[in-house]
Design a protein around this ligand. Structure first.
Ligand SMILES: C[S@@+](CC[C@H](N)C(=O)[O-])C[C@H]1O[C@@H](n2cnc3c(N)ncnc32)[C@H](O)[C@@H]1O
Length: 247
């Protein structure tokens, strides 16, 4: 599958990510080669993704490290990435599993009419030109009660890149009825050591009966919980911390 390329910008990005593919997994949180780092991400994903096996779309999947964790939990994974080199590595990483990987644009994933129980994106949204529009598109790919799992951050002190949590939650507020923010900077196991910059996950769940994006939500909560999974378990919700029937 190929992507349409109206200009050189996307082609430039593709070449840049292609060039980074071979060494991408050398970073602890990319390759998840350290068992402690791998366990830390597996535990978080178990909290964030649906408790029952479902269909997961990993947008900007890179080499497929999170796709593999999702697959190991029983989910059927579709991965989409702009970079053919990243996709090739993801296909090799998940060979023999119920998973498929497509070369395509995360802003408009080439999945046809398929809908998903979760759309997962780690460290991708900040690279895209129109995050608000992209989030609406991802939200519309969800099945009822599906969820967005967005792992983002801000990197670098001098010339920081990324997307602050407040901006991401503000972009999501008109779209999703139930949003939770989980801070991740204080968990060195996720990163292979301590980090000083902002790292977080935002979970946004679609309502059970109305998936379409829009501004007419009757019920909208923004939960800024530190440990959404633990809260969910205490309250009898699933491990994501979302309450059954809350929306
Ligand atoms: C920082 S990496 C993250 C990879 C993976 N999500 C992970 O957490 O290991 C960003 C990924 O987004 C992909 N990417 C960048 N722009 C994209 C776009 N417009 N459409 C699809 N993928 C894109 C890159 O090729 C790269 O694999």
């Amino acid at each position: 599958m190929t992507i349409d390329e109206p200009g050189g910008a996307r082609r430039g990005a593709r070449e840049e990510w292609d060039a980074r593919a071979a060494s991408f997994d050398d970073e602890p949180d990319h390759g998840l080669r350290d068992p402690l780092v791998r366990r830390a991400w597996a535990d978080r994903l178990a909290d964030w993704l649906p408790g029952r096996p479902g269909a997961v779309l990993d947008v900007g999947c890179g080499t497929g490290s999170l796709s593999l964790l999702a697959s190991e939990s029983g989910h059927r994974v579709t991965g989409v990435d702009l970079s053919p080199a990243m996709v090739a590595l993801a296909r090799a990483k998940l060979a023999g599993r119920d998973a498929r990987f497509l070369v395509g644009d995360a802003s408009a994933p080439p999945v046809g009419g398929q809908r998903f129980d979760a759309v997962l994106a780690r460290h991708v949204l900040w690279t895209l030109p129109d995050p608000a529009r992209t989030l609406r598109g991802w939200y519309d790919l969800l099945r009822p009660a599906g969820r967005l799992v967005l792992v983002e951050g801000v990197w670098g002190a001098v010339d920081p890149v990324g997307i602050p949590a407040e901006r991401l939650t503000a972009l999501l507020a008109p779209i999703a009825p139930d949003i939770r923010l989980e801070r991740l900077s204080d968990d060195p196991a996720l990163w292979g050591g301590p980090v000083a910059d902002e790292r977080y996950a935002v979970l946004a769940r679609a309502s059970r009966d109305d998936r379409g994006s829009g501004n007419d939500r009757a019920s909208r909560t923004v939960g800024l919980a530190g440990t959404a999974g633990a809260a969910g378990r205490e309250r009898g919700g699933d491990r994501s911390g979302f309450m059954p029937g809350a929306s």
